[in-house]
Design a protein around this ligand. Structure first.
Ligand SMILES: [Zn+2]
Length: 430
């Protein structure tokens, strides 16, 4: 099911978002609550004490503007702070509160995650507020949190408790929630292997000026069967990546070669969780499908397809363990286990800014042999023959990065040596 904040009933929207949050391991069965306020000022909210793993639309409670309650259960015990935020900030129409592990880590050491690690994260989360500890469910907690929203923050760390984020709708709030937890994870993992580096506000502000003009629109568009097949394939891979935490709503691009150097690519500005085949953008003879805006990285994909006939698909994403290396500049050594080295070889990391100043040179850094590079404070770029192979490389890389982060607390990694890699090359590569 896709999230449609324009036409879907609030109950269906809330049930869908809570299931995504629960299935991604970002809330427990009992913890967390979600609400949205409709055009008649009714607040729709998750019920109190009901299993988050099996909530359905009909379980969602409506608290009418006159205070009367419609539903089979009691509204969430944290209803007071949801109400306080809506009263304080009429532009906030949806709220997500939960205790996701990485943000709780920040809340218990009483720190705010610095979202300047990646441009998009800062732009989506903004500066983060901080609400002092108060009794859960109390009016005082509501006051503390609402006071932070009044200051203009859309995301707040709750001291020794968790986080609360607001948005103009549930899709906006979910994207902010997911992005903030991603930042927190990346900073935590980064600190285990090095020191995270942060981008300045000036660099982040300049980010938007770096967006190239979209390609010109083609006059007529035709969709052959292979083209339609690729659209579905891209949507399936992107959805799978979101479910596995390898991609988040706000960032990530996938493309697949179609005929010659023509290809299909994900659009810009649409949640990765909700991509539909009709959202995918066709790029043919250097022109884009009319009425659609393809990913801002379309030129890069085009250059890679033109210079590497053997590459048929590309994924750009920010997965938390790989990004821990990309934000610290720590070398990622995938001579960990045979599979990792056979698939990925030795991974290069390009400096931040390279993707703007020297974008045309990026194809020189990748090949079928060396399918993954990292760009500091930006992304992981992975290529392959088909989309599934590219996705597999991404999974292998993220697993390897995870093992390296985890191993850092128990000992020094001993890599497979040159002789052993040579033996692997002869046995498995050529
Ligand atoms: Zn809570």
């Amino acid at each position: 099911m896709i999230l449609d904040t324009t036409l879907q009933h609030p109950q269906a929207q809330i049930a869908l978002v809570i299931s995504r949050i629960y299935n991604r391991g970002l809330t427990t069965t009992s913890g967390g609550n979600i609400s949205t306020i409709d055009s008649e000022n009714n607040i729709w909210i998750t019920p109190s004490g009901i299993d988050k793993g099996s909530l359905t639309a009909k379980d969602i409670i409506c608290v009418k503007s006159d205070g009367s309650i419609i539903g089979n259960y009691k509204p969430s015990s944290e209803f007071p702070f949801h109400k306080a935020i809506y009263e304080a900030r009429p532009d906030v129409k949806a709220i997500i509160h939960a205790h996701p592990p990485a943000l709780v880590s920040f809340s218990i050491v009483r720190e705010i995650p610095n979202t300047n690690i990646i441009s998009q994260a800062k732009q989506i989360c903004g500066d983060i507020g901080y609400a002092k500890y108060e009794l859960p469910g109390s009016e005082m907690l509501g006051k503390e949190i609402a006071a932070e929203f009044v200051k203009g923050y859309n995301a707040v760390i709750m001291e020794n408790h968790g986080t609360v984020v607001g948005g103009k709708d549930l899709a906006d709030a979910f994207q902010r929630f997911e992005t903030l937890e991603f930042c927190a994870n990346t900073i935590i993992y980064g600190n285990q292997i090095g020191t995270p580096k942060f981008l300045s506000n000036e660099i982040i502000d300049a980010f938007n000026t770096q967006i190239p003009e979209p390609l010109v629109e083609m006059l007529e568009v035709a969709h052959d069967s292979k083209e339609r097949e690729k659209r579905t394939e891209i949507c399936n891979i992107v959805n799978r990546a979101c479910k596995q935490g390898l991609m988040i709503s706000s960032y990530g691009t996938a493309s697949a070669r179609w005929h010659g150097n023509d290809f299909l690519i994900t659009p810009t500005g649409i949640s990765r969780w909700d991509l539909q085949p009709s959202d995918i953008v066709q790029i043919k003879n250097g022109e884009r499908e009319p009425g659609k805006i393809p990913s801002r990285t379309t030129y890069l994909h085009q250059q890679i397809y033109e210079s590497h006939p053997e590459i048929n698909s590309i994924i750009l994403t920010q997965s938390p363990y790989l990004m821990a290396f990309a934000v610290t500049g720590t070398k990622i050594n995938v001579r960990t286990i045979p599979e990792s080295w056979i698939f990925l070889k030795d991974i290069e990391q390009l400096n931040f800014g390279y993707q703007y100043d020297s974008a045309h040179e990026i194809p020189n850094w990748i090949s079928k042999e060396k399918p993954l590079i990292l760009i500091s404070n930006d992304c992981a770029l992975v290529v392959g023959d088909g989309l599934l192979q590219t996705f597999d490389y991404l999974e292998v890389a993220e697993f390897s990065a995870k093992s390296l982060v985890m191993s850092s607390s128990i000992g020094k990694m001993v890599p497979i040596n040159d002789e052993q890699t040579e033996e692997l090359r002869k046995a498995f590569i050529k």
